[in-house]
Design a binder for this molecule. Structure first.
Ligand code: ACM
Ligand code: ZN
Length: 780
């Protein structure tokens, strides 16, 4: 019996070796190393594997190895041994001070894994690479003894492109527990991010205990109600809140540090301060009363910049913040601070006078007052050995060159800041706001703020714009994605918005431009999703869905639908509204959809073994304009052009996702479209589909004018619709504006849709131009 057992064990080993050797080595790494030489063979972990950490490495690096060994033991059952000297079968870790800060050399041979780095993070990233090469189960909590606990041989010399690789998390709009934030830190570590920018205070809640100001959490951490969906005047009347004690914060700072992640706290000032004002009304210009806001958006009430006690407050808060968070940088916000109260406040005006601040061509005295606040706070931070970061608005009041600017309103402010000699972190809304939609198919998505930042757009982002010189480009410290949580009430939702976009972000942050390769990324993402599964994370699956693109074909008078999915998985579709199956038509070439009916629904599925994804559902509605290409007098804004004029007559109605290709955006010029109907038709109605999303400065049209011509006759005005500006904020939504007139024969119709010249006074961006978004012009 014993002999048979031994024989069976030997057979199993031989079979394992054969299968191991015949298996092609895979290197499913995200971010992919900047230099990797793949080699045949594998290093197998077993109970004899030793760890040798050379003595000069110190305790922190030894701790990193202990963490790795502990996780491997928990999931594989293998117990690595600690060696006094270098052995044959083992991990050897050495310090190499010549290497760059977070760089590492990793050699995986058949007998040894050798790691060299200058810092603990270098060693962490080497081991993270090893972990990604192991079975995904190594990221889990359960023992999996039958996995192949080996890694493919390779020589890797790796270092990040950027030193700042961040993710931002807003816990003010919705609160996430320490345990939930740790899950996010864990996934950041998988992808070698090194900074969590933690947005801890805002109008809707104060989340950090400050011992000197207990009311900040007693009062400021709770709002009495939250607006429902995007209805600005409709509330759930349910108290909502939460905060972290200083002990909890110290615990998570340490937890993050063990993962190689620095937490940068943000105290957003002088705007976004309603929670603090509700707690201490004397800090505002009017003295209140104030309440913690249950509504999203920008508030007019901000900290009073005239009163000395405001600065005492800021400094005392920052003293406690600095005591908890050892980060080099402290973020002071600075975004979206209306100046309305300061314009009327005697204390603010007195300070403006005392400082001699004046309006000029670059800004108002009140803008310079914000500059004064920023500089004063920066000096305080500098005096305490810290550096300041602020959102790009901090440039508006003039700025000392120490401050680091976070460019969120596109990249142009970041470019300007770098040219002025500031360090910059690039976090443009497109494509780095992970609160934007990641699918065109918004109707089947959970509600999001708007926009469209799918994985591929995130991947393609380059944080160093071409217009920067080599010297200026050195000021781009790095990049981060921002996660604002207005529409993320649950942890599942939060994770769904972050993953897998964070994987794409990590290659933007880590990989040199020439080493980025989206196809390679797509090849590797399957393994990364297995890692997310092992970690119990919720993630989005859009990468594996069917996507459609729709264009008007004027010559055929039809809509052409092009379907795509990742890889060569088969796509099946129907056009009659029935559910597609593998017996439906298989997609092989673009589909020509006739506009002869009133409506049509395209449904498509992709069939895969591993991942089940949603059915693509694309309804169309047709009218006399559909299939005829409009001629536009002025192009839409370059940011929102997509398929161009085709969008207006493709039979597709848009939804909240204003940058998914269903909408055209206009700001500087009206929409002025002429549509040739091909032949004379009776026309009595023109409808314009328009989006209203006040928080994104998207307003209804102010006027629609319709002109018609028949044959060679000149155009004459045949109808007009004036649309009054809403006297106060009403509900966001997709609207349709109809202009009706007595029926006329026409072969050409011109439609002019006017934009909002001045955003009304009830809005935080009063006086600025409003956006107009139009999805469709229908003619009947
Ligand atoms: C921001 O998104 N308000 C920085
Ligand atoms: Zn004031």
């Amino acid at each position: 019996m014993k002999k048979l057992n031994r024989y069976l064990a030997l057979l199993a080993t031989v079979l394992a070796l054969i299968s191991c050797q015949s298996e092609e080595n895979r290197y499913d790494l995200i971010p992919y190393p900047n230099h990797i030489e793949q080699m045949p063979g594998r290093f197998a972990f077993d109970n004899h594997t030793q760890i040798f950490v050379s003595p000069e490495c110190g305790d922190e690096i030894t701790g990193v190895l202990k963490q790795f060994a502990g996780q491997l033991q928990k999931t594989s059952g293998l117990e690595l041994k600690w060696a006094e000297k270098e052995g044959k079968n083992g991990i050897v870790v050495k310090l190499n001070p010549e290497l760059a800060d977070e760089a590492y050399n990793l050699h995986i041979g058949k007998n040894n894994i050798e790691i060299a780095a200058a810092t603990p993070n270098g060693v962490r990233f080497a081991l993270q690479t090893v972990k990604q090469l192991l079975p995904a189960a190594v990221y889990g909590d359960t023992l999996v003894t039958d996995a192949n606990w080996s890694v493919p041989c390779a020589t890797i010399d790796d270092a990040p492109r950027f030193g700042y690789r961040g993710l931002h998390l807003d816990v003010a709009r919705h609160f996430f527990s320490i345990a939930e934030v740790k899950r996010i830190l864990n996934v950041m570590a998988v992808h070698k991010l090194n900074t969590l920018h933690w947005h801890l205070t805002d109008d809707q809640g104060w989340r950090i205990e400050i011992k000197k100001y207990p009311r900040l959490t007693e009062v400021g951490s709770m709002r009495s109600k939250t607006m429902i969906a995007k209805e600005w005047d409709n509330y759930d009347n349910t108290p909502y809140g939460g905060f972290y004690t200083q002990d909890e914060l110290r615990d998570i700072v340490k937890y993050a540090a063990d993962l190689g992640i620095t937490i940068i706290p943000e105290i957003d000032l002088p705007g976004h301060m309603m929670a603090a004002l509700a707690s201490y009304p004397e800090l505002g210009c009017t003295g209140g009363p104030y309440e913690v806001s249950g509504q999203w958006g920008i508030r007019d009430d901000v900290l009073c910049a005239g009163k000395d006690k405001t600065f005492d407050f800021i400094e005392n808060v920052l003293l406690e913040v600095m005591d908890i968070f050892p980060s080099k940088y402290i973020h002071i916000g600075g975004d979206e601070c209306p100046k309305l109260r300061w314009e009327k406040c005697p204390a603010c005006q007195a300070r403006i006078k005392a400082l001699g601040l004046k309006d000029d061509e670059h800004g108002t005295a009140e803008h310079y007052l914000q500059g004064y606040v920023t500089e004063r706070v920066e000096k305080f931070l500098n005096d305490h050995g810290r550096e300041m970061i602020g959102w790009d608005e901090i440039m508006e009041g003039g700025l000392s060159t120490h401050a680091t600017v976070m460019s969120w309103r596109g990249v142009s402010n970041g470019v300007e800041a770098a040219k002025q000699g500031h360090d910059v972190i690039m976090t443009p809304t497109s494509p780095l706001y992970f609160d934007y939609y990641q699918s065109r198919d918004t109707q089947s998505e959970p509600l999001a703020i708007g926009g469209y930042n799918p994985v591929d757009l995130v991947y393609k982002f380059n944080p160093v714009p071409d217009e920067l010189t080599e010297e200026e480009a050195k000021h781009i410290l790095g990049t981060q994605a921002n996660v604002w949580t207005e529409y993320m009430p649950t942890n599942e939702q939060l994770e769904y918005m972050i993953m897998p976009r964070i994987a794409a972000l990590s290659e933007v942050q880590w990989d040199q431009l020439e080493n980025k390769d989206y196809n390679r990324f797509l090849n590797h993402i399957g393994h990364i999703l297995e890692i997310y599964n092992a970690m119990g994370l919720n993630y989005a699956k859009h990468l594996f869905e069917v996507e459609g693109e729709y264009m008007v074909d004027e010559s055929k008078g039809c809509i052409v639908a092009t379907l795509r999915t990742q890889g060569d998985a088969p796509i099946y579709y129907t056009l009659d509204g029935t559910e597609p199956t593998t017996a439906s038509t298989r997609y092989t070439e673009p589909i020509e959809i006739s506009t002869d009916t009133d409506t049509c629904t395209l449904k498509a599925i992709v069939v895969r073994d591993q991942v089940k994804t949603r059915t693509l559902v694309r309804p169309f509605s047709f009218n006399k304009a559909t299939g005829h290409l409009a001629e536009l007098k002025d192009a839409p804004s370059p940011k929102y052009t997509f398929g161009g004029a085709s969008v207006l007559t493709d039979g597709i109605h848009g939804d909240f996702n204003y940058s998914n290709g269903c909408w055209l955006g206009f700001i500087d010029t009206p929409l002025d479209a002429t549509i040739d109907l091909g032949e004379t038709q009776e026309v009595s109605r023109v409808k314009v589909g328009s989006l209203v999303q006040y928080s994104e400065y998207i307003f209804p049209p102010t006027k629609i004018t319709v002109y018609a011509a028949d044959g060679e006759n000149p155009m004459t005005e045949i109808g007009k619709l004036d649309i009054p500006v809403a006297p106060k904020q009403d509900a966001d939504g997709v609207r349709e504006y109809t202009c009706e007139f007595p029926s006329v024969p026409a072969s050409k119709i011109r439609v002019v849709v006017n934009t909002t010249d001045k955003i009304p006074d009830w809005h935080g961006a009063r006086g600025e131009k409003g956006w107009l978004f139009v999805d469709e012009i229908s003619i009947n």
